[in-house]
Design a protein. Structure first.
Length: 101
């Protein structure tokens, strides 16, 4: 099966633009890096798993080395960061009047 993360991320960027959030977790090769470039170009965000918690740091490393990662986090910090970003986006859009703790 050919790599498909770049295709997914390019589609995500095209549809959601600045609202896109890409996660690049442990994986081999550099699939996803070009898609992350498209997401960044449209104002979206990219979270990457750090090397210490990755089994294989190929995909996350390619994104980091290309300067496309907005945050590089250990695996256990990624879900809380997603929640923080979603809450902030909802607050800024006026959909939430106060943050849920």
């Amino acid at each position: 099966m050919p790599p498909a993360v770049d295709v997914l991320f390019r589609s995500l960027a095209a549809v959601y633009g600045a609202g896109a959030l890409a996660l690049v977790l442990t994986g081999m090769g550099s699939d996803g890096m070009m898609g992350c470039r498209a997401i960044c170009a449209r104002g979206g965000s990219v979270l990457v798993q750090d090397e210490a918690t990755s089994t294989v740091w190929g995909m996350p490393g390619a994104v980091v080395n290309a300067g496309l990662a907005h945050r590089v986090l250990p695996l256990n910090a990624i879900a809380p960061e997603i929640l923080r970003l979603v809450r902030r986006a909802h607050i800024e859009s006026g959909e939430l009047r106060e943050a849920v703790v």
